[in-house]
Design a protein around this ligand. Structure first.
Ligand SMILES: *Cc1c(COP(=O)(O)O)cnc(C)c1O
Length: 422
């Protein structure tokens, strides 16, 4: 077989020379060319919410292609973008009143940072520092790497990354010191925004913290005039048990980023929502105050139609009940590992379950990672541990029996790969 010219993401081709070819998807499954049904326990990198190819969304995409392809989004608008913006505002935390479209989570965050800096620039205030949380992940562009955790992923690009202020992750018992550090940083008067993943730091290792902490951070930000940017790219669309994770902390972020589940996992689309205050700071007859940002495919009508269909599913189908069922299911299945010494930090936030395998070396490049991945792959399960962190984030249609297969495989993987500790 000749070698493929395709360069895959986050892939070391020297160690993984061939890819499995997928010929179709259905519900919680990928179907490969040999006819194997692979259980997608990570929702194809966290994008698929209801299940692959939900008929309502696929139908909306087909219908949209009868009218639209791409339409320039300056000077012109279209119904899918208008309907989606109104629908998003209706289901988002109070105070978010404007919607800016782009096409990925990374661009949604870049837009958020530019909105925050533009807000202070246009109102004549010198605030340009961004505060983030340790272990955060916000994307892989130069800007979003700058605000994310530094490490092996971005060592080569370090010279191009800009500096930010980092808060220690609030491990249980250290919450107050994280809050104190934030308060102190805000006192400089130079902080424009706190950028944070609400409740769960995803790619940084499924690290979870309490909603109350997010509430406290929001209060501090507010008292210092610091904007709160909620990066809900992963946590949005029900992952943590509520449509947006911010709801659980009762906070109203100034800016909210959404992407992955926005189209139910069908087409690339992102939205950055903001308050009127931020929009109005860019509203002027002085053209220098324009928000200078665009992607060629901004507000692609077909992707917007898919997202409108997703909103329709949320309003017409018992999505919340399905999520509640999955939250309970993850809870009962995860419980068997709570006292198991082969694992540490057994944890859950809504539909996301995570546990760390107790191995001497951890971190993303821990040897156990690829071995676990191969173990699961042999069993037709798509589970990609983050180093020694195993997590399950399945689509909401996953059944009890499918869930049992996942947890039994994790149990067996621990027995085979690390044995039983003394
Ligand atoms: C995935 C992710 C991003 C980046 O999204 P892309 O669509 O991959 O660019 C940003 N923030 C968070 C929290 C994410 O999980």
């Amino acid at each position: 077989m000749t070698r493929s010219p395709v360069w895959h993401p986050f892939t070391q081709h020297a160690l993984e020379p061939t890819m499995k070819k997928v010929v179709g998807t259905e519900g919680a499954y990928l179907i490969d060319e040999a006819g194997n049904r692979i259980l997608d326990a990570i929702s194809s990198w966290w994008v698929v919410t209801h299940g692959h190819r939900h008929p309502t969304i696929m139908e909306a995409i087909r219908t949209a292609t009868e009218c639209y392809d791409q339409i320039i989004f300056a000077e012109y608008t279209h119904a899918p973008a208008e309907d989606l913006a109104r629908g998003l505002i209706a289901v988002s935390p109070a105070g978010l009143e404007h919607v800016f479209y782009s096409d990925s989570g990374s661009t949604a965050v870049e837009v958020a940072l530019k909105m925050a800096l533009g807000f202070f620039h246009n109102t004549g205030r010198r605030r340009d520092r961004i505060v983030v949380m340790e272990h955060g992940y916000h994307g892989d562009t130069i800007g979003t790497m700058s605000v994310g955790e530094r490490g092996v992923f971005n060592a080569a690009y370090e010279p191009l990354l800009f500096g930010v202020d980092r808060l220690a992750f609030p491990e249980p018992g250290t919450e107050q010191s994280t809050l104190d550090a934030f308060e102190l940083t805000c006192r400089s008067g130079r902080v424009a925004a706190l950028l944070i993943e609400p409740l769960v730091l995803g790619a940084g290792g499924m690290k979870m913290y309490e909603p109350s902490l997010l509430g406290e951070l929001s209060k501090i930000a507010q008292s210092h005039g610091v904007l709160l940017i909620a990066d809900e790219v992963m946590t949005g669309w029900g992952r943590t048990g509520t449509l947006f994770a911010s709801e659980q902390a009762g906070i109203c972020p100034d800016i909210l980023c959404t992407s992955k589940g926005l189209t139910g996992g069908t087409l690339p689309l992102a939205a950055t929502l903001c308050t009127s205050e931020i929009f109005d700071a860019h509203l002027s007859t002085d053209r220098r105050k324009t928000f200078f940002h665009s992607s060629s495919y901004t507000a692609n009508p077909i992707a917007c139609a898919a997202a409108v269909a997703n909103l329709k599913i949320w309003s017409q189908e018992p999505v919340q009940a399905r999520i509640d069922r999955l939250v309970a299911l993850q809870g009962t299945r995860l419980a068997r590992f709570a006292e198991d010494r082969r694992f540490r930090n057994v944890r859950q936030s809504g539909t996301i379950a995570a546990l760390d395998m107790a191995v001497p070396s951890d971190g993303y490049l821990a040897d156990i990672g690829p071995r676990l991945r191969a173990f699961f792959r042999e069993r037709q399960l798509l589970i990609r541990p983050l180093g020694n962190v195993i997590y399950l984030m399945p689509p909401y249609c996953v059944s009890e029996a499918e869930s049992d297969r996942l947890y039994d495989a994790i149990d067996e993987a621990a027995s085979v790969l690390i044995g039983t500790p003394a």
